[in-house]
Structures are given as C-alpha cells and as structure tokens.
Design a protein around this ligand. Structure first.
Ligand code: 13P
Ligand code: SF4
Length: 336
C-alpha cells in the first residue's frame, strides 16, 4: 500500500512538477543535496544559465558541449541535470542505463520549440542533396533527422569538416547559422528559429552603454542577432565568453548572453566589472525563463524522489545518438 502511494505521488510529479510539496523551511538544502549525491552516487551537472545557488552546489558547470562530454564519461549511477530538457535528454541518449533526473520537466527551450520534427522532416525532404547540421538546442526528434550535432563551441570546426561544396541545412538557430556562414564563407540553408533570450538585446541601449563605459569590451553569444554581433569585440559560447574574460586584459565587460554566466565571471575575476547587456524593454528578458524554472528546492526534491526523470523511446534514442557521437568524435579530434 505504502509503495503504491509513493509511486502514485511520483507519477503526479512526473506530470505536474513539485508544486504540491511543502518543504521544511529550516532544511539546509546545500547539505541535503551533498548528502544525496553521496548516498545515491549521483553527479550534478549544471549549465551556466542556472541560478547561482545551483551553480555553487554542482559537480560540474559548463556549456552545452562540456555538459554532453561530462555526461558521456560519468560513472555515476544517477545524472542530475540542472539545465533544460534538451540537455537532460542528450544525457539520457548517451546513458540509457542511467536514471537522468531534472528539477523541472517543463524547463523547455523556445529555440528547440521553434523546430517541430514533422515540419523539419518535410523541409529536409525538399533538399535531399543537403546534409543536416543541427544545433544541440533541439529535440531528440530533430537530432534523429540530423547528420551531425553541433554546439556553439564546435559549430565552426564541424561545419568546416565538410567539403566546401557540400550543401548544408543548418537548424534550428538562424542567428548562429548566419554567424557560422559569415566566418566560414559557407552558404548554409537556415531554419528560421531563434532563442527568445538572445534576440531581446537592444542595439540602441548597448551602443549607449559602450559610450558610457569606454573601458568596457562588448562580448556576445553567437545566438544574438547579426547587428548586435557586429558590435562585439569577442563572440563565443558561454565557456568561450568566460575564458575570454579571464585571459583578456580589460577591466570591464558588457555581456550579451543570459545573466547566469555573470556569476562565474565575477567569481573568476572579482576585480573586474561585468555589465549585463540590456534588453529592449524593461523586463528581465535576458534571464531565460526556462532555465530559471529550476530552483534549489526542486533540485533537492528531484534527487530525493528520483523524479521527474527522462524517458525515451529506444528507436528514437538510437537514431538521435548517431549524430551526437559524430559531434563528440570530431570535437575530440579537434582538441575541444
Ligand atoms: P552554450 O551552452 O553552447 O553556450 O549555449 C547557450 C545556450 O543557449 C544554452 O541554452
Ligand atoms: Fe533555449 Fe535560449 Fe533558454 Fe538557451 S537561453 S535554453 S536557447 S531559450
């Protein structure tokens, strides 16, 4: 009877999240999470866009490539993925035998949602002479329709691994695709998708900020639109941006990406100033609402109850794995 009650509660969480559960406010969540990691031999992987408390308790913090590489090599029994769904799904694709839990199953991605597999399948069928290069920010359904996956750290290297005359479809991010077209001189056919966070930056406000802070360098993620990227002193993935601020001489940076990365930048370079690039209205739209669905409380609960976890159809998993393996292989050869 007790077991039935527990599994009914788990099913509810799997479907609706942890909204109904009241946590003891005196619980030391940091200590409880550390205890659960040991008890369950769990590894906690977090993306740079997670809230600061989650980053501070993580075993590994990274960009999409780093997280996929960590997921591939972990020997933990359970992967706790503090990120969005496509990231946890990638970890599951690489580790079918392990439980992969995520604090909030509803943590999606506007970019991934902009590319539904049935529509993309038709698009691909119209261009049978093209290979498909897909950004990792997509569903398993899109991955299964792709020849190779890329992240913002390896997109250039992977695109350049194809012969110059190879016709390529790039999905789903048109901004990253346009940037890779520009730096490689290719003419890839771009799916019309975008990230709601990286499209919100205001050219006008950034230009004014640059005037007000002439000492600051402007750095941007390649998911930003082309006019914003044109102003940038450096363009790179979240890991690339972080490393740049560590090795570069400037004393201040205006940062055009999700605000979560500023936590690591400030930790690594406490004497430097980091200014989040402003969005084009007065909202906090440069906080990713999907990433920020994860909280320390939900993180603790998903570890304690081992739910919600990622479930996948095996045929889909196998089809989605091939292009991910190809990405990991090319990245390894390139020393990334
Ligand atoms: P990277 O992790 O590759 O920098 O991409 C950023 C992002 O938008 C993740 O959702
Ligand atoms: Fe998706 Fe953009 Fe959020 Fe990344 S920042 S998870 S691309 S919506």
């Amino acid at each position: 009877m007790q077991n039935e009650i527990i599994s009914a509660a788990k099913m509810k969480v799997q479907q609706r999240g942890f909204l109904d559960i009241d946590l003891d406010p005196s619980l030391d969540l940091f200590a409880a999470i550390e205890r659960l990691k040991k008890e369950k031999n769990a590894v906690l992987l977090a993306h740079y866009y997670q809230e600061a408390d989650i980053q501070d308790v993580a075993d590994y913090i990274g960009d999409s490539l780093g997280l996929a590489q960590q997921a591939e090599k972990t020997d933990a029994d359970m992967i706790v993925f503090a990120g969005v769904h496509f990231m946890a799904e990638t970890a599951k694709i690489l580790n079918p035998q392990k439980k992969v839990v995520i604090p909030d199953l509803k943590a999606g991605c506007s970019l991934s949602d902009s590319c539904p597999p049935p529509l993309f399948k038709k698009f691909r069928e119209k261009h049978p002479d093209h290979v498909v290069v897909s950004y990792i920010n997509c569903s398993a359904g899109i991955k299964a329709l792709s020849d190779v996956i890329v992240t913002s750290s390896n997109a250039r290297v992977i695109v350049e691994s194809f012969p110059k005359d190879q016709k390529i479809i790039f999905a789903p991010d048109k901004n990253l695709g346009a940037y890779i077209n520009k730096v490689t001189g290719r003419d890839m056919l771009l799916w019309n998708g975008a990230c709601m966070v990286h499209e919100i930056f205001s050219l006008e406000k950034i230009t004014k900020l640059k005037v007000r802070h002439p000492e600051a360098k402007f750095i941007a993620h390649p998911e930003c639109e082309e006019p914003i990227l044109r102003l940038a002193d450096y363009i790179g993935s979240t890991t690339g941006l972080l490393k740049y601020t560590q090795s570069d001489e400037a004393s201040a940076y205006i940062v055009a990406t999700e605000t979560g990365i500023l936590h690591q930048m400030m930790k690594a370079s406490p004497d430097k100033t980091f200014i989040p690039a402003p969005p084009n209205n007065n909202c906090a739209c440069n906080d990713c609402p999907h990433m920020k669905l994860n909280t320390l409380e939900k993180l603790y609960l998903c570890m304690e109850y081992e739910t919600p976890d990622i479930e996948m159809d095996e045929a889909l998993r196998l089809a989605a794995r091939k292009p991910i393996d190809r990405m990991l292989e090319i990245s390894k050869k390139a020393g990334l």
